[in-house]
Design a protein around this ligand. Sequence first.
Ligand SMILES: [Cu+2]
Length: 478
Amino acid sequence: MLTRRKLLELSLAAGATPFTRASANDTPPLVLRLERRRIEVNGKAASRLAIRQPDGVQGVMTELGVPYRVRVENRLDVPSLVHWHGLTPPWRQDGVPGISAPPIPPGGSADYDFPLTFAGTFFMHSHEGFQEQLLMAAPLVIRDPHGPRDEQDVVMLLNDFSFTPPAEIYAKLRKPKSMAMGDDAHAGHSSSMGPMPGMAMAMPVPQEGPDLNDVQYDAFLANDRTLADPEVVKVEPGGKVRLRVINASAMTNFHLDLGEHEGELIAVDGHDVHPVKGRTFPIAVAQRLDIRLTIPREPAAHPILAVVEGERNRTGIILEAGRAVVKRIPETIEFTSAALTLDLEHKLRAVRPLADRPTDRTHTLDLTGNMAGYQWSINDIEWTKETPPFPVKEGERVELVFVNKTMMPHPMHLHGHVFQVVGIDGRRFAGAKRDTVLVPPRTSVTVAFDADNAGWWALHCHLLYHMEAGMFATVRYV
Ligand SMILES: [Cu+2]
């Protein structure tokens, strides 16, 4: 994929030490296989996809300082390509079919080799077709060798699950709705503040509040399991846990619920924030939360739950400290959960913010749509390969203003860069560094990034079916 000379240039440019380069040449690459696996959900078997090492370990746990040297082998009977969500590789290694590289054909493989420049909680997922809905996602954790030694890492990967094939889910969503549903993105959806202007008053109101979930799932999974048979992780009574929560869902935002014990949010999307204490934290599709927990000394089971936004369903894992009784936890709660808000986002502050400098270029991205035909777009353009990229020049400080004109929340993700949240509804602040930010209905969010990784980069809504429908754009400087 890359010549050795080019690789050396890239690692030199990233400030890799000679030691790192030498070890890169000596160690064989880590192999990740794209293959089928069988899981059981609600007592029913299902064939799903996996990204796993030859010993069965899903994804990668590595350390800062070790080059990311990976060979991806496609053992499926369909093309595939894996994206390293949140990392900043050279753009040809970003894993977006048709943009960074062609998909890997069945039986083929692709090699990746780039330095890791920051530690944190990331993940990998297929960027091909609807494979992500088939659970083709896995953790990608980069540990900091200089981080605390007394913390146990616990990863919780969240997913939404349907027995219906994703192409069928999508076809059903795209089926034209009756005219009673109206003709724009607002129609058919009331708001918590009352009917939207221009909405026919006589129209039946199908649901309350903004439109939060447009797919009915059969189950919600934490580490591939439901609460009927959750994963139980042994932890040390009185010990410290670094909980790494990854929302790998195709379409579902969650409220993380730590129960009676407070946790300390120390990083979002892999990047350190000044700690925020709490018992619940919002996590939109593709986001990650790193939470430090102190486990009480008494033997007990501590459920770590994730409640679906705007629904009663939940999933989770159990932390078992000492010998404890692990009780069955109901999969539904009494009341429908609230919509995710940006209340926490307002409070977050990056530990290492972007340097203070003037903005060279601002792009405004209206998030647009037409619910009646399940059409989703950016600036009213449904993306095709011919859509012109947003222009950027290398070295610029760029700001993106996401203006959500629809009644659905959109988690917006920029590839190849780390951005900082710098404004919500026009109010400026130096917020968290992230790669995915939630833009709730009728809200605007401004993010800033430095154009320091030349290439052609995807910039899209991370709701799988919105992306497929065209809520996708690119940034290009190459
Ligand atoms: Cu969206």
